[in-house]
Design a protein around this ligand. Structure first.
Ligand code: C5P
Length: 221
């Protein structure tokens, strides 16, 4: 049983993956299940925190004892993060946010036509929520945690991403077809801006979540 070391704290966790609509029936999405974010929300609540969970397209039931806000797209998630982070002690961005969205949304279903080439898909950049909230902290001493899924040079890319995003902690996962996504288990390295490196061996997503909170609590003001 964990000590209630987050009592009196408000933490915000994003979970799942954004979907960027092309037309009323199609979207660009990703393979995030939301399970790691849910584990972070559950463990924070178990440690006494008030938890706001920003949920994107997981299909998972709302966890008990947690405030849940449902969002679809990256732009909607950004609005929800900015609102919830205003009085938060810590923000953990576990959601997989689409880096790009379709430049236009077709009000009617895009149709194939005989003798006409397939349409080109033009994308535009989405706002980088993690970089934005790290650069402009809603309150002094707010602890901000990012996630990074990497397929190669995991540690070097992780260090680089931690610097670019400007967050305090970055949970770096190696991902592949059969790794991490949808699984009940995870393994990761948590990098900290002060040079720290914590290896979390393969195990339940709850264990990684508790390690994240173990690293967040001593950094809280
Ligand atoms: O740049 P990359 O997508 O690899 O970064 C992953 C981290 O950044 C995650 O914590 C994710 O929630 C966050 N992110 C974000 N806004 C984006 C893209 C990623 O907050 N547009």
């Amino acid at each position: 049983v964990q000590a209630p070391d987050l009592t009196g704290r408000h933490v915000v966790v994003s979970a799942g993956g954004t979907r960027e609509p092309l037309d009323p029936v199609r979207y660009l999405g990703n393979r995030s299940s939301g399970k790691q974010g849910y584990a972070l929300a559950r463990t924070a609540a178990a440690r006494g925190a008030r938890v706001t969970l920003l949920e994107a397209n997981t299909g998972l039931p709302d966890p008990a004892g947690v405030d849940v806000v449902h969002v679809g797209t990256a732009v909607q998630l950004r609005e929800a993060v900015l609102k919830a982070a205003a009085d938060a002690d810590a923000v953990v961005m576990a959601a997989a946010v689409a880096d790009f969205r379709p430049a236009t949304y077709a009000e009617g279903k895009i149709k194939k036509k005989d003798g006409v080439e397939a349409p080109a898909l033009t994308l535009v950049r989405n706002p980088d929520i993690l970089a934005e909230i790290s650069a402009e902290r809603a309150r002094p001493g707010q602890v901000i945690v990012g996630f990074a899924a990497e397929t190669d040079d995991v540690l070097a890319n992780g260090r680089d991403k931690l610097r670019r995003k400007g967050c305090d902690l970055l949970v770096v996962n190696e991902v592949g077809e059969r790794k991490t996504f949808g699984s009940e288990e995870n393994e990761a390295v948590v990098l900290s801006a002060d040079g720290g490196e914590t290896t979390v061996p393969h195990g339940p997503k709850e264990a990684l979540a508790d390690t994240v909170w173990d690293l967040v609590t001593p950094r809280l003001l």
